[in-house]
Design a protein around this ligand. Sequence first.
Ligand SMILES: Cc1cc2nc3c(=O)[nH]c(=O)nc-3n(C[C@H](O)[C@H](O)[C@H](O)COP(=O)(O)O)c2cc1C
Length: 201
Amino acid sequence: MRNDFEKAIHFRHACKIFDETRSISPEDLDFILEAGRLSPSSFGMEQWHFFLIKDPEKRSAIREVAWNQPQITTASELVAIAYRKTVRSHDAYIQQEFDKFHYPDWLRELYARWIDPHTDETLECWSSRQTYIAAGNMMTAAASIGIDSCPIEGFERDAVEKIMGIDTSLYGVPLLLPFGYRIKEQQPRHRSELSELITLI
Ligand SMILES: Cc1cc2nc3c(=O)[nH]c(=O)nc-3n(C[C@H](O)[C@H](O)[C@H](O)COP(=O)(O)O)c2cc1C
């Protein structure tokens, strides 16, 4: 298991161009999405939503507002990782989550006390942070079955959300995540040594 995980983290790299002739099977896509679904989130509120962008015209339009990055159109699958904006305790989505998971009153009250006083801006930031945890797990899950990915923040967010046609009072899209198969070998990786990254306190 340890070796499998190690192999996956070495296999994963930010793939810049995918093999357009290869498609991810529906089972493999489900496996990747499942890794997102089972990710941890603050208060267990699953502040994410995954949009699968299948329409080739929308993909091309998105590429134009994403620095013309080839990953957008060459990937087999393009997932837009969205965060939820309606995350105050009285919002319908949160009420639904509380009820779905039978949250006791004390936990609902704790949530309201902790979360509700924040500004919209800090709440959006908090909500969006959760999505990166899911995205990380999805990329590692993909790598464990030989599937490549590339996290993409290089895009005009308003334009992408408009092309997707999503309700921006409910969702924001901080990250695009293409999945597919590499066409080129990965480049040597640059990483600092652990000793440079760790401080004992
Ligand atoms: C949040 C985030 C946003 C990124 N945005 C882009 C992007 O827009 N385009 C791109 O080619 N790579 C993007 N990357 C990939 C990084 O450049 C890459 O992960 C880093 O250089 C390390 O290389 P490696 O992932 O191959 O190990 C992004 C990575 C992260 C984590």
